[in-house]
Design a binder for this molecule. Sequence first.
Ligand code: HEC
Length: 176
Amino acid sequence: MTSRSTVVAVLTMLLVAACSNSSSTKSRAGTPATFTVGELAVFAPLPPLLGAREQRLDEARTALGRTLFYETALSESHEISCNSCHALDAWGVDGRKVSVGHKGQVGTRNAPSVYNAAGQFAQFWDGRAKDVEAQATGPILNPIEMAMPDSEAVLAHLRTAKSYVASFRAAFPGEK
Ligand code: HEC
């Protein structure tokens, strides 16, 4: 027997001994656990619509949201969209340790998936935004992400595209 296989054999014996002596395993098997309704709710199926708190969601709004998610004109360089760091065909992430944004600047945090993010009780790793509505302007104005100077510049970009004026009117009728 090589010394490596001796180590493996000893570890296996220890593991078997440890498991067979474990009284907690026995009592767990005999006593069914009880959960509160609140605890069980964690395992409930996701609701059909996530995060539609005060928002009325319809075809026009979701179509507009989808277009904006891929819109590079929302970045100063016209090269970056939400999808650059949260690729929807890659589980909503960029597959990097930390994200790379405006002019190749490297961020300090890993991009979490946007899948089901609207259902979370807080946004960002430190929970600094309450919901996705509060989170949304962050990356657009963040100097190392999409780097738009201010919200007026974002609106100016959108107003120049006739298709957006029509899409916003359809999604938010009667609003300015
Ligand atoms: C340059 C890369 C980059 C771009 C572009 C970007 N994000 Fe992010 N996103 C991140 C990183 C990194 C975080 C985590 C930041 C933190 O926790 O401080 C994040 C966090 C988020 C979160 C929070 C998810 C969670 O689980 O907490 C949401 C939602 C999100 N981004 C949506 C968007 C949307 C919508 C856009 C486009 C308007 C966008 N992101 C553009 C990199 C990016």
